[in-house]
Design a protein around this ligand. Structure first.
Ligand SMILES: [Zn+2]
Length: 84
C-alpha cells in the first residue's frame, strides 16, 4: 500500500502565510524580494525595481501602475514587509 498523505513538515519548519481575499499565499523571501505562492502553484514576484516595488501578477501587469499598487503589494507594505 502506498501512503496517501504527504510527509508532515519538519517540526522546526517555518512559513509565512498571507491570507488575502480567502486565498492563503505562502511568502518566500528571496534576498530583499518576495515570492507569493498560491495553493494552485501560481507564483507572483514582488521585487524592487528602479521605479519602486512591483508585482508581476496579472492585475499589476495589465492594469499598469497608474491604477495604484495591486492587493499583494498593498498587503506586504501594510504589514511592513516591504517599502515603497
Ligand atoms: Zn500583485
Amino acid at each position: 500500500m502506498k501512503p496517501t498523505q504527504e510527509t508532515p513538515p519538519e517540526p522546526t519548519a517555518a512559513a509565512l502565510i498571507l491570507r488575502l481575499g480567502g486565498v492563503d499565499y505562502r511568502l518566500i523571501r528571496v534576498g530583499r524580494d518576495w515570492l507569493l505562492r498560491k495553493p494552485d502553484g501560481s507564483t507572483y514576484a514582488i521585487a524592487r525595481t528602479r521605479s519602486g516595488m512591483t508585482c508581476d501578477c496579472p492585475r499589476a501587469r495589465y492594469a499598469g501602475s497608474g491604477s495604484g499598487p495591486c492587493k499583494h503589494l498593498t498587503a506586504l507594505q501594510a504589514l511592513g514587509l516591504c517599502r515603497g
